[in-house]
Design a protein around this ligand. Structure first.
Ligand code: FES
Length: 85
């Protein structure tokens, strides 16, 4: 099992799960869910190594180190903590 943490709340999910549904459940804002609008742009507080590599849409967004689009990444295993801003 893997664990997703956002704003002090957490959920356990199976390894290999897209983080979108869980982060939305925990209150993270989403828009397009297609990697286009940037609404779900977030910072990874810890556990970046537990996420899938940046995909092409995330690379196109020209994000800073430690940032991800929550609608585009998958948690491989372990714990990942996200924050907004
Ligand atoms: S919700 Fe639009 S980029 Fe993720």
């Amino acid at each position: 099992m893997a664990k997703i943490v956002f704003e002090g709340q957490s959920r356990e999910v199976p390894d290999g799960t897209r983080v979108f549904e869980t982060c939305e459940d925990l209150g993270m804002p989403f828009g397009c869910t297609e990697g286009l609008c940037g609404t779900c742009r977030c910072s990874v507080v810890s556990g970046m190594e537990n996420l899938s590599p940046l995909n092409a849409k995330e690379q196109d967004m020209d994000m800073d180190e430690g940032e991800r689009l929550a609608c585009q990444c998958t948690i491989k295993s372990g714990t990942v903590e996200f924050t907004i801003g």
